[in-house]
Design a protein around this ligand. Structure first.
Ligand code: ATP
Length: 263
């Protein structure tokens, strides 16, 4: 199965680079990678660059091709990107929005409108939100919109799934559902890259954690190696201890602002 390799990626806005020469290699099929880092570190920009939404130099290698140079239609068949927030003013129901997304790039077994509706309902069921199917996107709560955005991305059955802070508006149950769905998709061979602010969530669900700071990779390792108290302290400007709880899970205990941050 194909791995994803990001090579010397530089990207930004109006010629101001935000991501500087980022390389992340061997992102294996079937793996879930968390992208973490402080605000404005460049996490969303990196995802958008991989998705081809912001211009980038360098290369995103997948399946023998450079995704950055693939035609949009071909890239859309491989990759789905869930943005931090859905655009406002879209007068569609959740179900209609998923079906509309499938009309752009549906998996092979979704051939007719009926198949698309069936696929959409099945994704909504898997996320436990089938009751939202007929709800209009514009009338949903922030968390419900986030779940709808995830459903749109999952329905396309991508080989690479890019999730930008998919849990930021969600309660604990829905966080579990979202991370569980991402993990299940990874288990089918998909490559999942997910931006997370919650480091405990990253430690719990990710195989690999990439820590970004000022647009550069400062750690890229399994969670227990990437997320050390000292490193979190320096990068986030807090005092932090990383412990294993009784269940064996990493827990990040933040004690307060680092001395350097206290005015
Ligand atoms: N559309 C845009 N136009 C211009 N600059 C942008 C745009 N989007 C982001 N930036 C800038 O790029 C830098 C990185 O932003 P980005 O959203 O990638 O960071 P992030 O790590 O995802 O942040 P956060 O955790 O706060 O969401 C910031 O300085 C931001 O101001």
């Amino acid at each position: 199965m194909s791995a994803l390799a990001i090579e010397h990626l530089t990207a930004g806005y109006r010629r101001r680079p935000v991501i500087h020469d980022v390389s992340i290699d061997g992102i294996a099929a079937g793996s879930l990678t968390a992208l973490v880092g402080p605000n404005a570190a460049g996490k969303s920009t990196l995802l958008r660059a991989i998705a081809g939404i912001v211009p980038a130099s360098g290369c995103v290698r997948f399946d023998g091709a450079d995704l950055l140079r693939e035609p949009i239609a071909r890239r859309a068949q491989q990759l789905a990107f869930m943005p931090q927030s859905l655009p406002q003013g879209v007068g569609l129901s959740v179900l209609e929005s998923i079906v509309a997304g499938l009309s752009v790039s549906a998996p092979e077994h979704v051939r007719s409108g009926r198949d698309a509706r069936r696929a959409a309902v099945s994704v909504l069921e898997s996320l436990g939100i089938v009751d939202l199917a007929m709800g209009r996107l514009d009338t949903l709560s922030g968390g419900q919109r986030q779940m709808a955005a995830l459903a749109q991305a999952l329905a396309r059955e991508p080989r690479i799934l890019l999730l930008d802070e998919p849990t930021s508006a969600l309660d604990l149950k829905h966080q579990e559902r979202v991370m569980g769905a991402a993990r299940r998709l990874a288990e089918t061979g998909c490559i999942v890259l997910v931006v997370l602010h919650d480091l405990s969530l990253a430690a719990r669900w990710a195989d690999r954690v990439v820590l970004l700071h000022h647009g550069r990779v400062v750690a890229d390792a399994p969670p227990e190696e990437a997320l050390t108290g000292d490193r979190i302290g320096v990068i986030y400007g807090v005092t932090a201890r990383v412990e294993r709880n009784r269940a064996g899970r990493l827990h990040i205990d933040v004690g307060g602002l680092a001395e350097s941050e206290l005015g």
